[in-house]
Design a protein around this ligand. Structure first.
Ligand SMILES: NC(=O)c1ccc[n+]([C@@H]2O[C@H](COP(=O)([O-])OP(=O)(O)OC[C@H]3O[C@@H](n4cnc5c(N)ncnc54)[C@H](O)[C@@H]3O)[C@@H](O)[C@H]2O)c1
Ligand SMILES: [Zn+2]
Length: 345
């Protein structure tokens, strides 16, 4: 049964709380969701503990988890307490991880407030934190008790964050719905219908996750763009001159990996050109230099989809279709990144 509800929080949150009996409630927010989202949510809740952390991916590590576990402990949370994660993917992944591990697991609900979290991070039960510079290196699979999505929360989201989340919407279309790809690629970012796209993306992700909750097979297609994209994201975490948001890095990854798919004759050049033109129009270029290439390639070895040292990718094999576990050589990845750099000229 689906745990996801797309509705105004003023309806879905009281309805959820009315059907459960929790001993205590914590709400985890970051600085921005404290300001933009918490004031209205607060009105819907009984007495609760507020846990406020700084905003940003840099907070997604074990020291912040200690602060969260400490707050649960000081509030004497027992195993019947509930955690509400009110924020983007950082709060959802980390707050969920803290709830899933506190006293071997207490209930938690995702209240995603970014497009990225609404269409992707909050759905599917992957929780975790970064470790020693590696993204999502420590974590668990655990489904939340509910995911309550309110697309009106996106109204305060900065445009750059909206664009970042849109990369996952594009990914869902490219791997699973060619008709929708042909609709979205004819519209600019500001012409998209977010409520409809959130519902569409959630349905695709849920359908895939249901078939393969722990990513042994088909769920891997959700990682299209992420082998190279995660490596690009991780690499730029260490580069003070430039920071890329998750979706911005995934856009680079989807382009480089689409090139690899075309090179392997899995997709034709017409589709590659469509992807290239649209992603470039929405995301511009991330200016990856020749000197960046080898460090980025080295980072792909950490990818969780690999077997030993062999890189395995999820690559499109048609419009709205994707294959997984495709072995890809370092030379092919290099050519993919070269193709991307060629777009900068
Ligand atoms: N678990 C998964 O399956 C999964 C999938 C994709 C991504 N992720 C993870 O998600 C994270 C990225 O998520 P994100 O892009 O949501 O980042 P984020 O949580 O850092 O949020 C982005 C920014 O938007 C602000 N914000 C959030 N909601 C807002 C609102 N309604 N109005 C104004 N500002 C708001 C935040 O404070 C933050 O500054 C990464 O750590 C990534 O690894 C997880
Ligand atoms: Zn992603």
């Amino acid at each position: 049964m689906s745990t996801v509800t797309i509705a105004p929080l003023a309806e879905s949150l009281p309805a959820f709380l009315n059907t459960h009996d929790f001993s205590a409630i914590a709400v985890i927010v970051d600085n921005h969701t404290f300001r933009f989202c918490y004031p209205s949510v607060k009105e819907m809740l009984p007495k609760h503990t507020l846990i406020r952390i700084k905003a940003g991916e840099e907070q997604k590590h074990i020291a912040t988890c200690e602060l969260i576990w400490d707050a649960f402990t000081r509030a004497n949370f027992d195993r019947h307490a509930l955690v509400l994660n009110l924020g983007g993917g950082v709060i959802g992944d980390m707050g969920g991880f803290c709830a899933a591990t506190y006293k071997r697991g207490i209930d938690f609900v995702q209240l995603p407030t970014t497009l990225l979290a609404q269409v992707d991070a909050s759905v599917g039960g992957k929780l975790g934190i970064d470790f020693n510079g590696f993204k999502n290196h420590i974590g668990v699979f655990k489904q939340p008790n509910a995911v309550l999505i309110d697309p009106t929360l996106l109204e305060t989201l900065p445009e750059r964050e909206l664009r970042s989340g849109f990369a996952e919407v594009i990914k869902h279309c490219l791997i699973a719905d060619g008709t929708m790809w042909n609709q979205i690629r004819r519209r600019d970012l500001d012409e998209q219908n977010w409520s409809a796209l959130v519902a569409h993306s959630v349905a695709i992700k849920e359908r895939i996750v249901e078939q393969d909750p722990t990513e042994r097979g088909i769920r891997k297609i959700l990682n299209f763009g992420h082998t190279i994209g995660h490596a690009v994201e991780t690499y730029f975490l260490t580069q003070p001159r430039k920071r890329l948001l998750h979706g911005e890095a995934i856009a680079v990854g989807m382009l480089a990996e689409s090139y690899i798919a075309c090179h392997k004759k899995m997709i034709d050049e017409t589709l590659l050109t469509e992807i290239e033109e649209y992603l470039f129009a929405v995301y511009g270029n991330a200016r990856i230099t020749e000197a960046d290439t080898e460090p980025i390639l080295a980072l792909t070895l950490q990818d969780k989809k690999n077997r030993g040292r062999e890189i395995r990718m999820s690559l499109p094999d048609g419009i709205g279709s994707c294959a997984f576990d495709i072995p890809v050589s370092a030379a092919e990845m290099r050519r993919g990144l070269e193709f991307y750099r060629g777009l900068n000229k």
